[in-house]
Design a protein around this ligand. Structure first.
Ligand code: AMP
Length: 412
């Protein structure tokens, strides 16, 4: 067992105060949630982020608190744009909670102030999209002060927004005496923090996805913690290229080739088993937008010119499966092929099955990985499914999350 560099643990989660550490009974509690959900035809297309916030909301209702929820949705660029209204979310939340949720068509202003003042204990209000005001992302102090005036206490359960220093994540908690983490925030920090910093070993990390540039920081940080690193997806080709292998027309970020070579060298130095694909499903034509591919064939080893890797091959699936089966902790983020094209999803679906079958502590993040678990019916077999995209990656990279750092710790 290799010693762990304790400096990589950016935040000691045991010390963060949560909703159960403070008295919130009958208080006006401002809760930052991440209701940035996909909408389709004016309805919520996927409610998993709303469901993830229910434990905190239900707990607060059990405390007869007046629950004032605030969130962003999409990128309305500081302007009121009803395509990004949270109104459909209020309806969905009301259905899930089986109780009325009052929706306010603004997030600040006199009508918000008077409504909040008259709230009954145990009621729920959802404010309109915070990003209808540019002041939210600018972390404007007057905007923060208006929001803060609606609450006696602040709860942050929006892990997915915790990597942003915005008014609702940093400005508001600065102004309130009680500022604590919700259950979802606590769980995300626990699984992506402590469970990967002090993992049950062997600890296998599987990363896939489009760009090595998005994840090179995570690769580097996790090489300090893991025993095996498995890389698939488009990003594997930059690593294979850096290793001097022929990758044909596969996507390569040549400007990241040095960083990729440094990661491979670091793995060697640290004794981390570094698994790159050894065979590939290749195609001579790919158009992701129209989900079309040309001819396909498995290529063992080097990829011929005119062909590009679109999924991991059967030998790689077998090797990755074995590494996953041997692990006691598994972290997975990102598809190992062009998951959205039907013929290129086999590798990613196989990974979902391997992780579902494993008895290890499993932590999964990223839209495509979560989709693959859903499609293969394995979501229920996963220890923790992370709701945070960019926030998860930044936290795994060892960066401080401003939204978590703004909360009180148990010792002050
Ligand atoms: P990310 O958002 O970084 O997790 O990347 C997800 C994207 O990576 C998906 O849209 C996949 O289509 C893409 N991807 C995975 N493998 C490949 C590949 N071999 N070639 C091109 N794109 C890929």
């Amino acid at each position: 067992m290799r010693p762990i560099d304790s400096s990589i643990i950016a935040l000691d989660m045991e010390k963060l105060q949560t909703v159960t550490d403070v008295d919130l009974r009958e208080k006006r509690v401002l809760v930052r949630v991440d209701f940035n959900v996909p909408l389709d035809g004016g309805k919520v297309a996927n409610c998993s982020r709303i469901v993830a916030a229910l434990p905190t909301i239900s707990y607060l209702l059990g405390q007869s608190a007046k629950v004032i929820l605030m969130s962003h949705l999409g990128r309305p660029n500081g302007k009121k744009n009803l395509n990004y209204s949270l109104k459909p979310v209020a309806q969905e939340l009301s259905r899930l909670l089986n109780r009325p949720v009052l929706f306010l068509d603004d997030c600040i202003g006199p009508s918000v102030a008077s409504t909040v003042d008259e709230l009954d204990d145990g009621s729920v209000v959802l404010l309109e999209n915070l990003r209808f005001y540019g002041e939210e992302e600018a972390n404007d102090s007057a905007f923060s002060a208006k929001l803060a005036s609606y609450g006696d206490a602040y709860v942050n359960d929006a892990f997915g927004a915790a990597h942003r220093a915005h008014a609702s994540t940093v400005g508001v908690p600065r102004l309130l005496p009680i500022k604590v983490a919700g259950f979802l925030m606590q769980k995300e920090l626990e699984f992506l923090g402590n469970r990967t910093a002090n993992p049950e070993r062997p600890f296998a990390v599987l990363l896939g996805g489009a760009k090595v540039s998005d994840k090179i920081g995570v690769i580097d940080a996790l090489l300090d913690r893991c025993d095996k690193m498995l890389i698939g997806g488009a990003m594997a080709y930059t690593l294979l290229f850096a290793n001097g292998e022929s990758v044909g027309n596969s996507p390569v970020q040549k400007d990241r080739s040095e960083a990729a070579a440094a990661a491979i060298a670091k793995a060697k130095r640290k004794g981390v088993e570094f698994l790159l694909p050894v065979d590939h499903l290749c195609s001579n034509f790919v158009d992701v937008a129209s989900k079309k591919i040309g001819k396909t064939q498995i290529m063992d080893g080097p990829i011929a010119d005119g062909w590009q890797g679109v999924d991991i091959g059967p030998k790689t699936i077998g090797r990755f499966g074995k590494a996953i089966a041997d692990a006691k902790t598994i972290l997975w983020n990102g598809p190992v092929g062009i998951f959205e094209i039907p013929g290129c999803a086999e590798g990613t679906l196989a990974i979902a099955k391997f992780i579902g079958d494993s008895k290890a502590i499993s932590i999964v993040g990223g839209g495509d990985s979560i989709d693959a678990l859903d499609r293969s019916g394995r979501s229920k077999d996963i220890t923790f499914i992370s709701t945070g995209g960019g926030a998860s990656l930044e936290f795994l990279e060892g960066k401080e999350l401003p939204g978590a750092a703004a909360l009180s710790t148990k010792n002050g």
